[in-house]
Design a protein around this ligand. Structure first.
Ligand code: ATP
Length: 326
């Protein structure tokens, strides 16, 4: 079947680079003489028929903007069969032949179900800062988030050094420690606590004692949201405080600022390449795949594998961080 019209949407948590990928999808469609429509607010926009034509000039000036021009949303209605039926009736009404979903694992799960139920081809672009999808070394927005976290902790470090303080900095990563591990190495953290590896409170205290013995007067501990050493970062700080009554301890939770900001050069190039390949894949009759990157090359993996496959922490990063925190 010849593809004549493609719809694109952004869904789940936003990430820097979503706009870049959207721009690439729209312009590739124009280049290939295919109509392109943008769906606002993720799957909810499909249900509500919030669908508009996007032309080359509709996406001007967004390559460097964080967030998503299409808005993102979480749609509970799309989790129901009735909701998805409404969404598909709008797909039919607009004559849409394929769907590009820019989002994370939840968005891909929804897309896969939708494809199975109604036969509409779906291609995923991994737009999430967490880097938690199998089949791509980098998700879109991850590099920007790493740089944002690094810049923020560099600033915290200045005040930590000036006041001889121990800072616990919580970064995003409920299930994956990629942001914590990479940013932790980049800012010279004393310890990096991630969900994949629990060093235990004793291990942490002993590392901090050693660092004090070795003359450190201030330290940063980077903690991924999903780390299980304490109940949460505040509980962790309290437990450590009991051992170091003379150390001034502070907690900083970076929060949503990690998701915002202008995408880095890496994410802009990545988003552009992914957007182009997503449209080309639909034209070639490919469906149910996620576009990824592996050693600089654009690749594709089945959405099913992308969601279910395990993304592993690089053991070399753990090894070098151990050497650095002497
Ligand atoms: P992030 O990684 O940033 O959290 P995400 O894409 O994983 O992004 P979710 O909130 O998990 O974000 O999913 C986004 C949307 O995808 C949901 O609001 C829902 O509309 C749809 N979705 C997720 N899971 C399903 C499912 N099992 N069935 C149908 N739709 C789903």
């Amino acid at each position: 079947m010849k593809v004549k019209k493609i719809a694109v949407l952004t869904s789940g948590g936003d990430s820097p680079g979503m706009n870049t990928a959207l721009r690439a999808v729209v312009r590739t469609c124009a280049y290939k003489n295919i109509d392109c429509v943008g769906v606002s607010r993720g799957y909810q926009g499909l249900i509500n028929d919030d669908i508009k034509t996007l032309k080359t000039r509709s996406v001007r000036g967004i390559i460097n903007r964080g967030g998503t021009m299409l808005y993102s949303a979480r749609s509970d209605e799309f989790r129901t069969k009735e909701g998805r039926e409404k969404a598909f009736s709008n797909i039919k009404k607009h004559g849409i032949d394929g769907l590009v979903v820019i989002g994370g694992d939840g968005s891909f799960t929804g897309g896969l179900i939708f494809q199975k139920e109604f036969g509409i081809p779906v291609i995923g672009i991994p737009g999430t800062i967490d880097n938690d999808l199998y089949g791509t070394s980098h998700t879109l927005g991850y590099d920007t988030a790493l740089n944002t976290v690094m810049d923020a902790i560099d600033k915290i470090r200045d005040t930590a050094i000036s006041h001889d303080r121990l800072f616990f900095v919580e970064v995003m990563g409920r299930d994956a420690g990629h942001i914590a591990l990479n940013s932790g190495i980049a800012i010279g953290a004393q310890e990096i606590l991630i969900p994949e590896q629990n060093m235990g409170i004793e291990g942490l205290i002993s590392s901090l004692k050693d660092s004090k013995k070795n003359g450190k007067t201030s330290s940063i501990v980077v903690v991924a949201e999903g780390d299980k050493t304490g109940k949460n970062v505040f509980d962790l700080a309290r437990q450590v405080e009991e051992e170091f009554p003379k150390y001034e301890i502070r907690v900083s939770v970076l929060g949503h600022m990690q998701r915002g900001g202008s995408p880095t050069c890496f994410d802009r190039v990545l988003g552009t390449k992914m957007g182009v390949r997503a449209v080309e894949s639909l034209i070639d009759g490919v469906s149910g795949k996620m576009i990824g990157i592996d050693n600089g090359k654009i690749v594709s993996t089945s959405l099913k594998k992308a969601i279910k496959g395990e993304t592993k922490i690089d053991p070399e990063l753990i090894r070098v961080s151990r050497i650095m925190n002497i």
